[in-house]
Every structure is written in structure tokens, then in C-alpha cells.
Ligand binder design. Sequence first.
Ligand code: FAD
Ligand code: SF4
Length: 462
Amino acid sequence: MIEIGGERVPMREQKPEKRIRNFLSVPLGYNEDEVIAEARRCIQCLGAPCERDCPINMKIKDFIREIVAARFKEAFFIMKEDNPIPGVTGRVCPQETQCEGVCPFFQRKNGINIGKLEAFVADWAMKNNIKEILHIKDRPRKVAVIGSGPAGISCAVDLRKEGYHVTVFEALHKAGGVLQYGIPAFRLPTEIVDYEVAALAEIGVDVRLNTFVGQNVLFDELQRDYDAIFIGTGAGAPLFLRIDGEELKGVYSANEFLIRVNLMKSYRFLDFDTPIVCGDKVGVIGAGNVAMDAARCAKRLGAKEVYILYRRTKKESPARDEEIEHALEEGIILKELVSPKKIHGDADGWVNGIEMFKMKLSEPDKSGRPRPVKIENSEFVLEMETIVEALGTTPNRLFLSRTPELEVNKWQLIEVDNNMQTSIKGVYAGGDAVRGNATVILALGDGRRAARAIHRNLSKKK
Ligand code: FAD
Ligand code: SF4
């Protein structure tokens, strides 16, 4: 029976004062009664706007119907038809601007909690060791996928399901891309990523770790040995401010900071080899998801005062609503309308402060957000011991320099047509390598679209 509307079932969470001392998941997840109660609020809308606005058009209505009937296994199978990593997307998708944002209850801040329903089902399947049942009929063709982030994963899984022999080449020692090295465990527990990524090998995808294409294996070799190639190399090279003082000790790019913490587990230094130096006063420049993650990691590493230094205001921040709220609850200080001028250091070459301009907002720029403008002679200095720059990233130049025939735009993003095919026939690309800093779900969608195009082309060939 379906109960209409009602209030959203609240999500239990670790209390802020407790969670800032650990890296465990902040949301504690629904239990079976709670997940069914939340699913019952869904009115099974005609035309399901939530599905229409999901970038991979997951069958949301259908899996919610199964949850209402406590058929979690069936719900899981429905999710897996479209999404190889529901435990990830349930936790990190910006649902408020996609599926939940168009749910009729959203206006009352009460949209169906689709993300948390999805995460529950994925976790339930993991606990009960439920695997997708596939009957794969092998085909003789081979596809190479470069990069094991969300784009590479979805392309590899869809092609493998069609019967292709798929090899994924991953530069790092663990598969998963940003899911593994960027997003912290208190938002996306490592065991979820490991479990969902392990499904690739279980369905017969050959995952080759520690293999940088362009260095350990050449792109030409892949062109010679494979019938098609998908490039999902992401955008892993950090951007910098290019201001005085950036070379000082204690200044990190968010990439380095988060890789040390998440992938190399520096918060458990001694158990793991990688150290991290994090002072009592930390300034994080930027206000997207990456900045929130870096700030919240710094807090958990023991910093007493952590600032988000942002040139616009909270309203314009591109971070997910939940991440901003969680960061503020944890005592992160959002300093709006400031922009760095110079980083100050002591005689030993360590950071000891940051000089900032005050800013004001002007008419909207190309992004549609008000343009921040410097207020002249407004400089002031904030004492800081650590600075993390979270300004965005760009694709890895080493790979692109070894594939000069690949057309890129002025931001070094790979050019593709409507089928995700690049300037080289038979070579496709998607995810952040094409879009710049985007989202997990958009990367998944690109991988799927490319897989469909590759399948169409290869099945035409004799
Ligand atoms: P990636 O995930 O970057 O994966 C690319 C992979 O390719 C990497 O593993 C890399 O090692 C590998 N690689 C690169 N070059 C080579 C090569 N030459 N040979 C072999 N392997 C190679 N999105 C959300 O939707 N929600 C969030 O909450 C969110 N939070 C984020 C937090 C952080 C800290 C960061 C950094 C990003 C966040 N994002 C979030 C963005 C999201 O993670 C990315 O958009 C997404 O991971 C892009 O997927 P991708 O597959 O294109 O690339
Ligand atoms: Fe259910 Fe909301 Fe989707 Fe309608 S839009 S089917 S209420 S989840």
C-alpha cells in the first residue's frame, strides 16, 4: 500500500562534535522500517519527473515500488540495470538539482529522499552479498578503457554486458578515480567504493592497475591491439592561483591534500606511510565540493579553526547543499566575499598568513552568478598555518602531450561529437576529461553513451 506525502523520514547522523574526531560516515543510513516509510511517501507520478531529470534515467519509480514491498533484491537489480555504482551515487549525487529537485514535494523542502533510498538498497545488497545475475554472451571484439573513474566504469560495464572483452587501464594502485582518491570516507566509505568497483572484475573486465597509458603502455599500442578505445582520464591536474607565497611550506593543492588523506590514509599515519602537516588555522580557498571536503578533512585532522575563503557568498557556492550544511555544523567558518592577494611566510619558509581583498558582487557573469569585484584598498591579513587551494582542476597534460592527434579545446578538454567520439575514429571520451570538473552521474552518463556508440559501430563491422 502506498501512503501519500507526509513528512520526510529524518536521516540519523553522527553528531557534529563526535564526527569531527573520526572519518566514519556522517549519515547513519535508514533502517528497514525507515526506508519503507520514506518510500511510501512516493505518489508514483505519471511521467515520473524524477526519472526524466536523472542524467542516466534510472527507473526510480520502479525501485521505489519494490522498496515499499520490502523487495530490496529486486530494487537492487532495477538500479543496476542503469547504474553500476548506486551506493556511490546515492551518497554523492546533487539530488536537489536533479531527481529530488523535480519531485512534487520538493517545494516544501520535503522531496522523496531518493539518494538515501538508493544508498540503503546498495548497502543492503553489499551486506547480503547480492550480485547482479548476468548471462553474458562473449563477442570476439576488444575494447580498451583508459581510467577507472565513474566514466570508465560505466563504459566498461555496459560493454562487458554486451559481451565485449574489456580491459581497463588505471594509472593508480586502486581503481575508482576520484571516488577513491578525492571524496573522503566520511562522505563515501571506502568499502562501498571497493565493493562496487570489484564488480568489474567479477563480470570479467580485466582491470590493470599501476598502468599509465602514454608511459607504461603507449596509446599507439592500444590503437593497434583494440577495436575501440574509451578515454575516461578525468581532470586530475590542479589549478593554482599564481600569487606570491604559493611556494611556501604548508600550501597544498586540494588534490594533494585529499590524496594524502583519502588514498594514502595519512590520518592514520604510522599505520600508513604518508604523513600530512596540518596546522591549527587552516584556510581553504574555494567553496565547491572539493573545498568542503578539504575543510572537513582539516577539521578531522585536528585543526582548531578552519576557514572557507570564498569570493562570492554561500548562495552562489557550487557545493551540494548537504555538504555546506554539514561543514557549517562542524564549525567550519565560511568567510564570504574575500579573494587572496598574497600568502605570507616566516623566516623558515612556512606559511603564517594570507592577505585578502574584500569583494563585492556585481552583474552576473557567463555562469549566471554575480561577478565578484575587488574593493580597492580593502586588503587585510588572516593568520594561517595551512592553506589549501581548491580552485578546480584540468586534464593531465602528460597523457595529452603523448596523443597530439587528439583534438582538445582551449581548456585542454577533449573534443567529442554527439556520440562521444573524439577526433580520432574509434576513440571515444567522456567524464571530466571532456567536461572539466563535473559530477559522478554526468561521467556515468557519458560512459554509457559512449558504450552504446561503440556497440553500434562494432556490431556493424564484419
Ligand atoms: P576520474 O574520477 O577523475 O577518474 C579518472 C581516472 O583516470 C583516475 O583514476 C586516473 O588515475 C585515471 N587516469 C588518468 N590518466 C590516465 C592514464 N593516462 N592512464 C591510465 N589511467 C589514467 N561529484 C559529484 O557528483 N558529487 C560530489 O559530491 C563530488 N565531490 C567531489 C569531491 C572531490 C574532492 C572531487 C575531486 C570531485 C568531486 N566530484 C563530485 C566530481 C566527480 O568526482 C568527478 O566529476 C568524477 O569522478 C569524474 O569521473 P571521471 O571518470 O571522468 O574521472
Ligand atoms: Fe515519486 Fe517524487 Fe518520483 Fe513522483 S517525482 S515518482 S513522488 S520520487
